[in-house]
Structure formats: C-alpha cells, structure tokens
Design a protein around this ligand. Structure first.
Ligand code: GL4
Length: 822
C-alpha cells in the first residue's frame, strides 16, 4: 500500500469512549468472549490488547518517520531482557492510568485486579537483563529509534519457592495464559544455518569466494513487543526470536513410517529457544548456549539488512543506519556474522566489510569475574559455525599484524591479545573478538571501567586507549519510583513538578525540604505506608509477622559469594548472640529481609539461602528476642516483587567485596526510594556516595586497591578467626547445632571461610559491624535519619537510565536525542 501515510490508516487521539469501545471489541472479537461470562483474565487480556494497539500505533508512526529521515537506529543485542509487568508501566507512560481506571469502574471491573493478573517475562537472570529493559524504556523516552534484539525463551528464569528452608526451582510458564503484549510476525522469518563445511566457489566476477554448506537449518520467527516511552511519541521495539523447525516434519522419514525420527528434528530445532540458562556471571561452555547466541544475532543482523534494503540503502551503509550495542559478550559472535553476511552474501570486499563492521558495534563489559569470561573451544565453534571460525582466524591474523607493528618482538603481548587462547586446549576469546570488532568499549561504573582498563582488558587499553570509555548504569525512575512508589511520587510532584520522572535532576529541588520538619513527617508517613504494604506481603508469602516500624534492612539480588549475603548473616547472628547475652543491649528493632535466586547448580549459594532461612527459624521464634530482630527470606525475587520491596527499604545492603560488583543497579533503586546505603567502595556505590554525600552513606571495608594487596600478602582468614573473639563465637555458632538439627549443614560454608575466604568476609567483618553500629545510632534519631533519606533521593537524579542513554547516544552511538523540556 505505497502512498498510504500511516496517519490515514489509524485513529490518532484517543478518548474515553474509544478506549471503552476498543476494550469491548477486543473482548468480543479478539477473544471471542461473551461479556457476561468473561473472566478476570479475559478482562486483563482485552485491556492489554487495547493498550498494546495504542502503543503499536505510536511505534509504527515513529518507524515511518525514522525511515523518511534515514535516522541511525540503535540495536541493543542482549541475550536477556527483564521487562517486568507491562500494563501498569504503559498506563503510566501514556498518562492513561486514571482514564482507564474510570472506564473499567464503569464496567464494574477493578484495574488493580487486572494488574495482578499479569505474568512477567523472566527472560533474564538479574541486573544485566534488567538493565537492558531500563535502556529500552529510556531509549523510547529520550526519542531514539531502537530495537532490542533477543531470544523468546519459552521458559524464563525459574520460579523460586522455599520448602523446608531450601530453594526449590519451578518451571517458569510465563506463556501459559497467553501473552497479549507480543505480536507474532510470521512474515519476519530468518533462516539460521549450523554445522556442515565450507567450500570455495567462483562468482561471475571471478573473485574467489567461500560458501558455507550447512548440515542443518533452523528458522527464527520474530515476536514484537512494543516498549513505550514516558511522555514521548517514540516507541522502542523488543524483537525476540523463537526457533522453529524449517519443516514441521521430516516428510521422507514420515512417509517411510519412521514417525519418531520425523519429529526428532522438529524437537531438536525448537529446543534452541526453549530455556534461559539460569547462571548469572558464570560461563559453563554448553554448546546449546553458543547455539542460542548465534541464533539470535544471526536473525537480528539479517533482519537489520532486510530493513536497510527496504530503505533502499546499500549494505555498505549498514553502519550509518544502525549502531549495535553488544550487551556483554553473549552476542559477540555477531562480529563474525556481520562479516560473513557482508562478504559472503552481499559480495563486499574484506576491507570494506571490516570497516562497516567496526563502525557498527560497540561492546559493554559487565563483569570482571574470571569465571564469567566467555571462551568457546575452537573445535566447538568449528563444528557448529565452520565459516565463522575461518572469519575469526582471518580477523585475528590481520589484527596480530597490527599488534606486531605496534609492539615489535613482544610475543607475550601477542599471545594475550590474540582472539585464540593457545595456552592449553584452544579457545576463542569472546571479549577479545568484541574489542577488536568494536568502535568503543565501556564499563558500567567509573571504578569498573578503570579496573577493566587496568586488568582484564589492559592490553587492549594500551593498544587503543581512545576506544575506552565509561557509561555508568542507570535505572528507570518510571517503573522503580513513579509506578512502584506512588506515595513518594505524589510528594515529589509537589516539590519538583509533575514531570520529575522525565527529568530526574529536578529532584534536587527536594534538598531544602530536608530541613522542614513537616515535610520530614510526610516523608516518614510515605515510607511507613510502603513498609506496611511490604509487611503484609511478607506475612502472606512467608507467614512471618514483621513490625513495620522496625528498621527494614534489605539485601535483594542474585545470591553469590562475591555479593556476601553471608557477611550480612554473620552480622544478624552476632546481633542475636549479643541480645541473648545482654537482653538490655540497646539494639533498635530491625527486620532483615533477604531475597534472590541462586543458580540451581551453585552449591554454596544454596547453602547461603539455607543459612538465611535457618537464622529466621531460630530468631523469629526465640522468646528472649521477643521480635526485636526478625529475619525474612522473601521468595521469588523478581521485577514485580522488587517493585513492592524497593519503596519499603530503610537500609540498602550493598556489601560486595570491592572490585567485584561491576556496578549494581539495586543500589540505585533503593537510594532513589530514600534508603540509606551501607556499602563498600565497589561498583556504582562509589558514585552514589559521592552524589548523596559521605555523611549520608555508611561506608566500610577494604577498597579495590587493598584487596589484591591483602591477597598477595598471604591472607590467612583463620588468623582473623583466632584473634577476634566475636568472630570466633559467631563462626562456631554456625556449626554448634543451634541452627537446626543437622550441625554439618553449614560446615562447607565455615570451611570455605576459614581456609579460603576468597571474598574476604573475615577481613571486612569488623568494619561491617562498626558501620552497622553507626546505622543503629542514626536510626535512633528519626529526624536525622529522615533528613539523610530525603537527601539520598534528592541527589540521585543522575542515576536515571535516561542519563545513561544520553551518554551512550553522545559518546558511543552518535545519535541525536530529544532536548529536555524546560
Ligand atoms: C552484571 C553486574 O554483576 C552488575 O554489577 C551490573 O549492575 C549489571 C548491569 O551492568 O551487570 N553483570 C552480569 S554478568 N550480571 C550482572 O548483573
């Protein structure tokens, strides 16, 4: 339908009557339901479709504009996305919450009931996937055309329940009730090849070419989910790929009566996008994971070339039409894939293709943990992606020539920079591939970017210092403040103007109000009401009654030794032992709240969860303690639960060993909601502390320079245990039998701490206790605490993901953004 502008094909403005009609139309026509018999879930689906259509309209209109103007689009390549429930967020972004509520009221339907019906897509493990979703939200908000490319896992991150104190993993069936947010695009399919071999061939121009003859082809089908921006005409798209067999059946086998073999191929193909790997920051080297990575990047790049040709632009102009961000190395194989597409499929010469490729990609590193660094056996890549291995070798040969010219005779440097690790069995190093194939490389907080340049990527930083930059992470204030904490939102609107979620620096206007006792009172009331809400959820999910006026001390994030939830637990138990010995001790009432998933195969992480639940079982029922401290493990921490937890936090636990947490983003969500942080100088904590003021932050622990110094100086954790009676007492307590009948339960944790202590808990224990003592003292002065809480929120404006995205646009992608409204 050339010549039909989008404005002719859709209704523009939308009024209350239109919404009501659209809702009823969807209920009857799309779902085929008789209104009188329809269920709550039907209502949710119909409303979701109504809202989705509305957002889609904006999306298509904005896409048309982008094509007319030939704007450079951003493609965010990420193996993980964690969008959270969509409905409430769209309503907020579109300013429709109240009109929809009224419209539904008129039909006798309650909006909150429908909001509760939504299943969230758990297509990520934690911070990295959630960041990707914050960034799509901000891309749409600041007016950048963008697509988030990823995988439509049929089963996302497992559901966590707690049984007898242990984590039990359940299958995440997020699609079982239907997913009204996505639009299946049967037209947008891409074929993805695997296996086989390569062979030379000649084209008409007589230049020698390479051809890949695969052993199997799998089809990727696109599912689009629109992502609205706040107060914005722009809409981002999350385009996720589902794997399908090219033919549903192997018909030759079927015709021969071999039914099993006929379906085998179909099942094998579809397995590819079945399930998300549940490991955060751990590379396991499983072949299926490599297939997933290649699958979605291959679909994405072919899709982008297709869109390019619709624009009538040649493949040589790929980089001026698209900027691709690699969210860690998970999509790094895309560097070789784009080369293959440009050289083998589109006939570009190597040098031109390489220039295009290098001007397209940028790479964000998200972790320094050695066990997270992705490397694939050369044989595995060669077997699965034979053409890519050749391309990687060619990139490497040319790159190493460059290195030899820059550092003649430095063979060790050459070996370290090489894309191939040849120190033992041979591996392809994905971070090296990403660095070589990218325009810019960045870390996610100042400290992390500095350590990246000094350690993991030091050789690349020496070679190309100008490539390296930092973009500190951010979080969307829409979902994590306005939506999660409407009470606070109202207060903020009063002092910072109602557009504060679109311009978070406006929160500075709060500062003078920190001195106003009446305002502090209002502030405390909002917090208390959020804590009451969380207390009721805790009672509902765990059966534990907690006191909403107690200090809510919260650590929610993936369970990992480096994050040191067990240091937090050592403090809990130290406090417990103190109260047992001295019931008159001045210890203000505290509720310790833990939440987070452990990778199913991570033995010690699961023991840490067990320790938290065991501490709860003991302390919560101890009559001597009389409820003065309580310990809760909140099950199934996810985006939705996060939205109930963050607003209720008084004390934010950000206690990773310095140098280990690349950035953290929960730290930002809590502080934005008025929590004070107890933390180390790690990740973005450093910048948060600078922003909120050191007097409003409880600092403790070794710094990133002291950590390696201590380790290399022959750290002996057992000496700490011997010399510190309090520490000895609490460690001994773990295996005393007091924490349950099985006294061996925590022996592995204790042995690990006494004889290895890789994350230096015992070294930081005293500093942590002292900082916790300062917390208690400030808490006993509610006016001073509230002042510090207000100042935390007031000074956190720069941690909006809008700022991060503006940084990326300016320093990395070179695309324009909307100016902020005055
Ligand atoms: C992580 C980091 O661990 C975390 O500090 C950071 O905030 C997040 C987003 O940049 O990325 N890296 C990996 S891997 N998982 C994460 O959550």
């Amino acid at each position: 339908m050339k010549g039909i502008p989008i404005s002719d094909s859709i209704r523009t403005g939308i009024g209350a009557d239109d919404l009501r009609q659209a809702f009823l139309d969807n209920l009857v026509c799309a779902l085929g339901r008789l209104p009188a018999y329809s269920t709550r879930h039907d209502h949710y689906l119909a409303l979701a479709m109504t809202v989705r259509d509305h957002v889609m309209r904006r999306g298509v209109r904005c896409f048309e504009k982008g094509d007319n103007l030939l704007v450079r689009r951003v493609a965010y390549f990420s193996a993980e996305f964690l969008p959270g429930p969509h409905l409430g967020n769209h309503l907020l972004n579109l300013g429709l919450t109240e009109s929809i509520r009224k419209m539904l009221d008129g039909l006798g339907i309650n909006l909150d009931d429908l909001l509760a019906e939504e299943e969230e897509p758990g297509l990520g493990n934690g911070g990295l996937g959630r960041l990707a979703s914050c960034y799509l939200d901000s891309l749409a908000t600041v007016g950048v055309q963008s697509v988030g490319y990823g995988i439509r896992y049929e089963f996302g991150i497992f559901d966590q329940t707690i049984r007898d104190g242990w984590q039990i993993q359940g299958t995440d069936k997020w699609l079982h009730g239907g997913n009204p947010w996505e639009v299946h695009r049967p037209g947008a399919v891409q074929d993805v090849m695997f296996g086989g071999h390569t062979e030379p061939w000649q084209d008409e121009s007589d230049s020698p070419r390479k051809r890949w003859v695969p052993s199997i082809v799998i089809r990727g089908e696109a599912y689009d989910t629109p992502i609205s921006g706040y107060d914005s005409d722009t809409c981002a798209l999350m385009r996720l790929w589902k794997a399908e067999a090219v033919e549903s059946f192997d018909f030759s086998a079927f015709n021969h009566g071999d039914y099993d073999r006929a379906v085998e191929q179909k099942v094998a193909s579809e397995n590819l996008s079945k399930v998300l790997y549940p490991n955060d920051e751990l590379h396991r080297g499983k072949e299926l994971r490599l297939k997933q990575q290649y699958f979605f990047t291959c679909c994405a790049l072919q899709d982008m070339l297709r869109i390019l040709s619709l624009r009538g632009a040649p493949p040589e102009s790929f980089h001026s039409n698209w900027a691709v961000q690699l969210n860690d190395t998970h999509p790094a194989i895309a560097v070789a894939e784009l080369m293959r597409l440009l050289v083998d499929q589109h006939g570009l010469g190597w040098d031109v293709a390489w220039k295009v490729t290098r001007s397209t990609f940028s790479y964000t590193n998200h972790t320094l943990l050695p066990e997270a660094l992705e490397r694939w056996p050369v044989d595995m890549i060669g077997g699965l992606l034979p053409r890519h291995l050749e391309i990687i070798y060619e990139i490497n040969a040319r790159f190493l020539d460059e290195v030899r010219a820059a550092f003649p005779g430095d063979d060790e440097r050459l070996a370290r920079l090489s894309l191939i690790d040849e120190s033992g069995p041979r591996y392809v190093r994905m971070a090296n591939l990403a660095c070589v194939g990218s325009q810019t490389v960045n870390g996610v907080a100042e400290l992390h970017s500095k350590l990246l340049r000094q350690t993991v990527l030091a050789d690349f930083a020496a070679l190309w210092p100008e490539k390296f930059t930092n973009v500190t992470n951010g979080v969307t204030p829409r979902r994590f403040v306005a939506l999660a904490n409407p009470g606070l939102g109202k207060l903020l609107a009063k002092v910072a103007g109602k557009n504060w979620p679109g311009d978070l620096e406006k929160l500075h206007k709060l500062e003078p109000h920190a001195e106003d006792p009446a305002f502090r009172q209002e502030w405390r009331e909002v917090k208390l009401s959020n804590k009451r809400h969380l207390a009721s959820l805790i009672a509902e999910r765990t059966g534990i009654e907690v006191d909403p006026t107690s200090l809510f001390d919260v650590q929610v994030k993936r369970i990992h030794e480096y994050k040191r939830q067990h240091l937090n637990l050592l403090h809990v138990l130290t406090l417990y032992l103190r109260l047992k010995k001295d019931p008159k001790a001045e210890v203000p009432a505290r509720t310790f709240i833990f939440g987070g998933k452990a990778a199913p195969g991570y033995f010690l992480a699961k023991r840490i969860i067990r320790l938290a639940t065991a501490a709860g079982e003991l302390i919560n029922h101890d009559r001597d303690i009389a409820g003065r401290i309580k310990v809760v493990f909140f099950p199934d921490f996810n985006v939705r639960n996060g939205q109930s937890i963050y607003p209720a936090v008084d004390l934010s636990e950000q206690i990773s060993l310095a140098g280990m947490e690349a950035s953290g983003t929960g730290n930002m969500k809590m502080s934005l909601n008025g929590a004070l942080t107890i933390g180390t100088l790690d990740g973005a904590n450093v910048e948060i502390r600078e922003a909120v003021g050191e007097e409003n932050f409880f600092l403790f622990g070794l710094n990133a320079a002291e950590v390696p110094a201590l380790k290399h100086g022959g750290y002996r954790p057992r000496d700490r245990y011997e010399s510190d009676p309090l520490l000895r007492e609490v460690i001994d307590f773990l295996t005393s039998g007091a924490l349950g009948e099985d006294r061996d339960l925590f022996q592995p944790l204790v042995d690990n701490l006494l004889y290895h202590d890789p994350y230096l808990l015992l070294a930081d224990y005293r500093g942590y206790l002292n900082a916790q003592q300062r917390v208690s003292e400030l808490w006993m002065d509610p006016e001073a605490w509230t002042r510090a809480s207000i100042l935390n929120t007031a000074r956190m404006g720069r941690f909006s993901s809008d700022r991060s995205i503006r940084d990326y646009c300016q320093r990395v992608w070179k695309v324009n953004v909307k100016k902020l409204k005055k």
